[in-house]
Design a protein around this ligand. Structure first.
Ligand code: HXC
Length: 259
């Protein structure tokens, strides 16, 4: 697939970087962009060299939301019956390798939801997060009312969803929406650093860790603990577990083969 609304590159031979590139509309997320993003994520997920992915935008906007112009005239039948707005957003949930959102500027509406669908968010100090859908007579439609309260708690999630106000990067870090805040000019360096660290580990262990942490958001504590235990035990069947533990015991660097 030839991409027009995203740019794709590989860094350090092991990190897949996807840059949302629709600057005139502050990276508003339309169907074409979401289809291209889904395709690029699937390609990187299937690429053995790649251990981690990064989604980023521009300095001014990660993404200012779903494309309001494209949605403005939708009927219920268009929205519910069609194969777009949110249905084509599901691809990201099927990606097994970690995906980090590197957010600078606006992450609003669907942009904030897209960032929250990633495994964690590293924010530049100019990042602004918000769910302003209420101002358009709708509500978040790609998981915002579910992921935001899980990340920041009910009070702040209600505040954001009901008033439509924006949160600064500093507030987002205090509220645990983002894992780190860094100066704008260090955003890619810091995010790439994290992605390169992740890519150096056993892909099997990394995928298991991602799957297990996600489980914490999807079921009861008991189910989650059982799930984690099964995966933990299963990893003892991998070469990477033998290699990782032997390397530690013998005080040498581990060489993971993802097997
Ligand atoms: C379509 C958008 C857009 C959007 C910005 N633009 N956001 N186009 N959809 N979500 C376009 C503007 O129309 C404008 O185009 C250009 O980008 C620059 O935007 P300005 O408004 O001129 O920039 P600025 O004054 O700096 O204000 C930035 C902003 C504002 C605060 C981010 O653009 C804004 O409020 N945007 C809408 C944010 C929003 O409501 N998002 C939620 C969308 S609903 P022209 O052609 O005039 O230059 C949603 C639902 C998700 O996301 C549901 C799940 C799929």
């Amino acid at each position: 697939m030839a991409y027009e609304m995203i740019e794709v590159r590989v860094e350090a031979e092991k990190v897949g970087v996807i840059t949302l590139n629709r600057p005139k509309a502050l990276n508003a997320l339309n169907d074409q962009l979401m289809n291209e993003l889904g395709d690029a994520l699937k390609q990187f997920d299937a690429d053995k060299r790649i251990g981690c992915m990064i989604i980023t935008g521009s300095e001014k906007a990660f993404a200012a939301g779903a494309d309001i112009g494209a949605m403005a005239k939708y009927s219920f039948a268009d929205a519910y019956g069609g194969d777009y707005i949110t249905r084509n957003w599901e691809t990201i949930r099927s990606i097994r390798k970690p995906v980090i959102a590197a957010v600078s500027g606006y992450a609003l509406g669907g942009g904030c939801e897209l960032a929250m669908m990633c495994d964690f968010i590293i924010a530049a100090d100019n990042a602004r997060f918000g769910q302003p859908e209420i101002k358009l007579g709708v509500i978040p439609g790609a998981g915002g009312t579910q992921r935001l309260p899980r990340a920041v708690g009910k009070a702040k999630a209600m505040d954001m969803a009901l008033t439509g106000r924006m949160m600064s990067a500093e507030e987002a870090e205090r509220a645990s929406l983002v894992s780190r805040v860094v100066p704008l000019d260090k955003l890619m360096e810091e995010t790439l650093g994290a992605a390169i660290i992740i890519s150096g580990f056993s892909q099997l262990a990394v995928m298991a860790a991602k799957e297990s942490v996600n489980r914490a958001f999807e079921g009861s504590l008991n189910d989650g603990v059982m799930f984690e235990r099964r995966l933990f035990h299963a990893l003892f069947a991998t070469n990477d577990q033998k290699e990782g533990m032997d390397a530690f015991v013998n005080k040498r660097e581990a060489k993971f083969t993802h097997s």
